[in-house]
Design a protein around this ligand. Structure first.
Ligand code: NAD
Length: 332
């Protein structure tokens, strides 16, 4: 969107309005797991703010949604500090923008490198900490620096190993999600009970994980796919795809539908393949994540305050959102 006819004062006022609106939606989404608008509406408004701030860099504020991850944590949960921040992902909505991202990275490097293509699981990010191979603490991403301690709830999820195959210290990151079947059953049950159904599996998973009673979490049949570690020095592999296999060997559930792409054609094929397969998968995906496969290269590319420079999410067009609902038992 072009804002060239605006003065700096008008731009600052418009940005302030957009931030207020986005912060309100973010609060509904992250804090209460109850969005009042579809993700695509949030994404388009966010993009307006990005365009405006790109055109008037002097109006960027440190607390702008473009400069921070997620939102507040809930009272009732102990806070966990993430020594290594949990970031979000930059996103693109067209193949042209995706090719621009790949070309930009390739320009900076004379040697061709591979990408690992992964499914973008529609859940919420979790961090699992192991000491001597034993699961000791699990948390949400929160604002990226501070999350919520949800260890007791995560212990009810079968796909999370309590003990790893090796007695190592490691923090593993990934996505907790609600399978489509569990989501359908849960919403049927809620309707029978006269309760409002959840808006989508992502919000159902988030609401189910942030429960004060772990028995409620257990009854919701959540699952996980792990895809990252806080510190790559804790690994033996030096590629993203190798990391996934190493996590699997340690006992984690990974999503095995990943593919190493050697060029843009491979990436395009992967995107097309999963656009078609998406509806038939037993869990929700809202896009594809493309990551530089070399872990040393990931490290040298680094990150902004909000997103890694070595990965991008290609978001699929939106699916229907059914209803908006709150599931905040801790306030009653
Ligand atoms: P995001 O969900 O767009 O992408 C980042 C997240 O993707 C990561 O944190 C991780 O949890 C997840 N992910 C899933 N599979 C992954 C994989 N294979 N590899 C790496 N990460 C993977 O970003 P976000 O910051 O979590 O949330 C922003 C998005 O949330 C917005 O784009 C919008 O769609 C939605 N949102 C909606 C509202 C609303 O009111 N509807 C409000 C705020 C945010």
């Amino acid at each position: 969107m072009a804002f060239e006819n605006m003065s700096e004062k008008q731009a600052a006022a418009k940005a302030s309005d957009l931030r207020k609106q986005l912060n309100k939606w973010a609060d509904e989404y992250y804090t209460f797991d109850a969005p009042s608008v579809e993700d695509s509406v949030y994404d388009q408004t966010y993009q307006q703010l990005v365009d405006l701030e790109n055109q008037f860099p002097q109006i960027v504020t440190a607390d702008s949604p473009t400069q921070k991850v997620g939102d507040h944590t809930l009272p009732g949960f102990t806070k966990v500090s993430h020594e290594i921040p949990m970031l979000s992902l930059g996103d693109v909505f067209s193949k042209e923008e995706l090719a621009e991202f790949v070309n930009r990275l390739s320009e900076n490097d004379s040697v061709a490198f591979d990408y690992n293509c992964e499914l973008k699981i529609d859940g919420l990010a979790i961090n699992l900490r192991y000491e001597n191979g034993l699961f000791v603490q699990g948390s949400t991403r929160g604002n990226g620096q501070i999350g919520e301690d949800i260890t007791r709830n995560l212990k009810t999820i079968k796909s999370i190993p309590q003990k790893l195959s090796r007695p190592i210290n490691i923090e593993v990151r990934g996505e907790c999600y609600m399978p489509k079947e569990s989501f359908a059953k849960l919403n049927d049950q809620r309707q029978l009970n006269g309760e409002e159904p959840f808006a989508n599996p992502r919000n159902a998973a988030a609401g189910s994980l942030r429960q004060l009673d772990p028995r409620v979490t257990r009854s919701r049949h959540l699952s996980t796919f792990m895809y990252n570690v806080a510190d790559i020095d804790d690994l033996q592999s030096d590629t993203q795809s190798g990391m996934l296999e190493e996590l699997k060997a340690l006992g984690f559930t990974i999503n095995s539908d990943y593919k190493v792409a050697h060029n843009m054609t491979d990436i395009d094929d992967y995107v097309d393949q999963y656009k078609d397969l998406r509806d038939g998968l037993p869990y929700g995906i809202d896009g594809i994540v493309i990551k530089v496969n070399s872990l040393p290269l990931q490290r040298s590319l680094g990150a902004t305050v909000k997103v890694p420079r070595w990965a991008i999410a290609y978001k699929f067009p939106p699916e229907e959102v059914q209803t908006v609902v709150r599931d905040i038992e801790w306030t009653v």
